[in-house]
Design a protein around this ligand. Structure first.
Ligand SMILES: [Zn+2]
Ligand SMILES: [Zn+2]
Length: 344
């Protein structure tokens, strides 16, 4: 079968012929129906090493990239309630099921596996087949795997960030989304569906802002020197109760501290490698600053339901797996709007 194999740090992956993998105990072989192309794969291929991204120390090379996966169950330890040929999405955060975090359902913060999953240290879904743990599958009822693939990371990661802030997002508050690309455009939809807060988005790209407006953003602002002031105006001088940063570079993280209000939440999702000084007077009093990782399997079932009910619709460009190099070149050049999904 074909697989997009990453074999050396700071070198791009290659599409190669490899044997079809065999599922082990508690595992299932999935015939891939679609796998989303995520910006973090560019970080993995071209920037990270175990030194710069310490969780990668647990990633033995080579492995196949692709951590937004969906397809059909082929064989293996098929869990009760699922059957061969059934369409499923694969949660991108693999978990042990037994540690303290897993027991309370926070499988994305598993104390054992946490940062290892298909496409992230294990073989992922840019391939004809992949092996996945049986406990991380969520069945699909009325959408196709290629439509569901972006729900597993672009969807799940942004949904989890939204859910963390949700108790504070009452209709008399504002929330800011910085960066409305693959993840941010879905965050806008989740905010629209789940909260009554005013949704303010910031991006440097007019087209991305237009898409956010169509999806329910109340205020769309181009990122420039005056954007902090514009947000003060849009929030009647108070600032936002929550800021979701889907870029995560120095300037966006600093901006978050300037536009968040007291007792607010800053959630950094983007893996831009930004650094923020933590200093009295820089961050408003009572604020929390969090890095999140993916979302739980339970949250994935909630997103699948939102998509199947037609409440949330990822913006998808379908591309053949053989064109994967070109897709990553365009992703690098910001020439993909929404999400590209590779189909074998
Ligand atoms: Zn990703
Ligand atoms: Zn665990």
């Amino acid at each position: 079968m074909r697989a997009y194999v990453f074999s050396e740090w700071q070198t791009k992956a290659e599409l190669r012929e490899v044997p079809i993998p065999e599922p082990g105990h508690g595992e299932v072989l999935i015939k891939i129906g679609g796998a989303g192309a995520c910006h973090s794969d560019l970080h993995i291929m071209h920037e990270w090493t175990p030194g710069t991204f310490p969780p990668a120390a647990f990633w033995p090379l080579p492995f196949t990239l692709g951590h937004e996966n969906a397809g059909w169950i082929e064989s293996g330890d098929i869990p009760p309630g699922l059957e061969k040929g059934e369409a499923v999405v694969v949660s991108p955060t693999w978990s042990c099921g037994a540690c303290a975090s897993c027991r309370i359902g926070e499988t994305n913060y598993c104390d054992v596996e946490g940062v290892v999953a298909g496409g992230l240290g294990r073989d992922g879904g840019f391939a004809d087949y992949m092996v996945a743990p049986a406990n991380c599958l969520v069945p699909l009822n009325n959408i196709e795997p290629w439509q569901a693939a972006p729900l597993t990371d672009a969807g799940l990661t942004s949904y989890h960030a939204v859910k963390r802030c949700l108790p504070k997002l009452t209709p008399d508050t504002s929330v800011v989304v910085i960066g409305v690309g693959g993840l941010g455009h879905l965050a806008v939809e989740f905010l629209r569906e789940l909260s009554g807060a005013k949704i303010i988005v910031i991006d440097r790209d007019e087209k991305a802002l237009g898409m956010a407006k169509d999806r329910g953003a109340d205020v769309c602002l181009k990122s420039d020197d005056s954007v902090a002031e514009a947000i003060r105006d849009a929030t009647f001088g108070l600032g936002a109760i929550a800021v979701l940063d889907f870029v995560g570079i120095d300037s966006t993280m600093l901006l978050a501290t300037q536009i968040v209000r007291r007792r607010g939440e800053i959630v950094v999702v983007g893996m831009g490698g930004g650094v923020l000084p933590f200093q009295n007077g820089l961050i408003p009093y009572g604020c929390s600053l969090t890095y999140t990782l993916g979302g739980s399997t339970k949250e994935l079932t909630e997103i699948v339901a939102l998509a199947e009910n037609g409440r949330v619709k990822p913006h998808i460009e379908k591309c053949p797996l053989d064109e994967i190099d070109d897709v990553y070149r365009r992703l690098h050049d910001n020439a993909i709007s929404g999400r590209a999904v590779l189909v074998p």
